[in-house]
Design a protein around this ligand. Structure first.
Ligand code: C2E
Ligand code: CA
Ligand code: CA
Length: 546
């Protein structure tokens, strides 16, 4: 039901209205504290605040801020397409009761700015009141079942629409409490609730699942809608009162509801958790692979410390061979997690998890030490020691102690630096990292560029590189070796690297043809299944020492 806008004259009890460009707000009538439910029709948006029920004031403030932004042409959420903007709040009547009202603002635009607003209020219909009540009770974490019913009802009554769950929370919320205090943190969460009240329309149900976890059910047509909505949320939720925090969003489309809404909520939660430690990501969509990933990554995190103590991380070695005669000229140390009851877990399953949670620092040190120990053992046994290359995750390069750790290992085991080689993955140069690399060089370590040709700039990175040796990635070889043109690229890359004084080793060599081709191109060293797979130290020694 919509009422026709009319000016109200002084004789009437009621309210105030209308903002006009250049002249500020006009009060059309004297305001009265009395709000009679059906009678009033127009009011001044900014004065209205005095009658908004106290719990809804923050919500209302957010709404006012949006309006102000639109008046000055700075709004991202209200655009000149919008003819009307509404908010549902409770207004206090003089008897102390509050009334659910829709406040409708009719917008006039001029030069992408609001030039005029008419405000009127409308009692909410029963359904709408119900929805808000639920949001409020559920926000207080009182009635999840009711919310589920509400969602089910919404979805069933709109069979033509697709819906998705969006879950979000504040990354490292505990830090917020530590940095800003409990009270401020609570204020922040209340601000979220208030903001959601404004942003969500009647097809978007929201609720607060726990302290800082929120969930929204929203319709969408394609994925872009969901990204847009997340962007909108992010814009409004970030930066409260100058506080610094990051919000992470997980998204899962809702399918068949017979198994309940819960599964989709859980899936969105998984997606959210999968990026919570990754400062560069803010939204993740659920995909089925995640289920396994997360269950294992949780498992991994629960077990990693114990595993290190129990010696479950084991150094395997993969030979590096001279292509011409097949002789072993070195080895790469590759970690394996030998998990009792689970067998051998490959590094790709846990190294990325450790890189995210920082445990890689501990685990790598352990492997590096194993490598140093082995070199020492060979030296003591008068076996010609082979250089062993260790993998250094880029995470270490930001840590100033990292070089000291390597130095102290060299010192502890009294081994030549030339025997401990360092593999670092090729990526674009980050500030600070190239400095650490220079220090490594200054300390006399040999640097190998791992995975060359698998990712970024490749040829360009060679120009002023600090690396001594280039490891050609398996994918580079595979991608190019199939065509005559590709072969020429490999050939020229190898020659160019050589001509600027870099050594080459090819990784992932699986066939004799590949080995022959590489040799013809001038690459003399290779590592790959054609020669041998990574293996336990004892096996490696059998192969090397005979
Ligand atoms: P990476 O450093 O590029 O290691 C080479 C990977 O290629 C190894 O996988 C090796 O088993 C595999 N490989 C070698 N030759 C062949 C071949 O001919 N064919 C095929 N298909 N694969 C071959 P792995 O051992 O599973 O290690 C995977 C990755 O995990 C490594 O890639 C490295 O990035 C990481 N990683 C392994 N050990 C460590 C470690 O101790 N510390 C750190 N930070 N990362 C490690
Ligand atoms: Ca490597
Ligand atoms: Ca590699």
């Amino acid at each position: 039901m919509q009422r026709i806008l009319k000016y109200i004259d002084d004789r009437e009890d009621f309210l105030i209205l209308l903002w006009e460009k250049g002249s500020g707000w006009h009060t059309a009538t004297k305001h009265s504290k009395v709000l009679k439910d059906a009678d009033y029709s127009q009011m001044d948006l900014f004065h209205l605040k005095n009658w908004v029920y106290k719990d809804d004031v923050p919500t209302f403030n957010v709404f006012l801020d949006q309006m102000k932004a639109a008046m000055s042409g700075n709004s991202s959420s209200i655009t000149s397409h919008d003819r009307k903007s509404t908010i549902a709040v409770r207004l206090l009547a003089d008897n102390g009761a509050y009334l659910y009202q829709n406040i409708e603002c009719w917008l006039d635009w001029e030069d992408k700015k609001i030039s005029r607003i008419f405000v009127m209020t409308d009692p909410l219909d029963v359904e709408e009141v119900h929805r808000i009540r639920i949001a409020q009770t559920f926000t207080a974490d009182l009635n999840p079942a009711l919310f589920q019913d509400q969602v089910a009802e919404l979805i069933h009554s709109h069979p033509d629409m697709e819906f998705a769950v969006i879950q979000f929370d504040v990354a490292k919320f505990k830090m917020i409490t530590a940095d800003y205090g409990e009270e401020k943190a609570t204020e922040l969460l209340n601000f979220f609730v208030s903001t959601l009240k404004v942003i969500c329309n009647k097809y978007q149900l929201y609720s607060r699942l726990s302290a800082d976890v929120f969930m929204i059910i929203t319709p969408y047509e394609d994925k872009a809608d969901l990204y847009d909505f997340v962007e909108l949320l992010d814009q409004h939720l970030l930066g409260y009162d100058g506080m610094q925090y990051r919000i992470v969003y997980g998204v899962c489309p809702i399918g068949d509801l017979t198994g309940g809404l819960r599964q989709y909520g859980d899936a969105a939660a998984m997606a959210r958790q999968s990026i919570k430690d990754d400062a560069l990501q803010k939204v993740a969509f659920y995909h089925t692979a995640l289920k396994k990933d997360i269950s294992t990554s949780k498992f991994i995190e629960d077990n990693m410390n114990q595993a290190l103590e129990n010696g479950e991380f084991v150094m395997y070695l993969q030979p590096k061979c001279n292509i011409a005669n097949g002789g072993i000229v070195g080895a790469e140390a590759l970690v394996r997690w030998i998990m009792p009851g689970h067998g051998i877990v490959p590094p790709n399953d846990f190294v990325p998890v450790f890189e995210r949670n920082g445990f890689i620092i501990k685990m790598d040190q352990y492997i590096w030490e194993e490598a140093c120990k082995l070199i020492r053992k060979w030296m003591d046994a008068k076996i010609t020691p082979l250089p062993i290359s260790i993998n250094v995750s880029r995470r270490h390069l930001r840590d100033i102690n990292f070089i000291q750790i390597l130095d102290s290992l060299i010192e502890k085991y009294q081994i030549p630096k030339s025997l401990l080689e360092i593999e670092i993955t090729e990526t674009v140069n980050e500030a600070g990292i190239s400095e650490s690399m220079q220090q490594l060089k200054d300390h006399g370590f040999t640097l190998l560029m791992d995975d060359f040709g698998s990712g970024y700039s490749s040829l360009n990175t060679l120009k002023d590189t600090q690396f001594d040796v280039i490891k050609i990635d398996r994918s580079f070889l595979q991608d190019f070796i199939g065509s005559a043109r590709g072969q020429r690229i490999v050939e020229h890359t190898i020659q160019m690297a050589k001509s600027i004084g870099l050594d080459m080793i090819a990784e992932g060599v699986e066939t004799k043809d590949q080995a022959d081709f590489l040799q013809n191109c001038g690459c003399n060293t290779a590592q790959g299944f054609y020669y041998a797979k990574p293996m336990p130290v004892e096996e490696f020694e059998k192969l090397y020492i005979h």
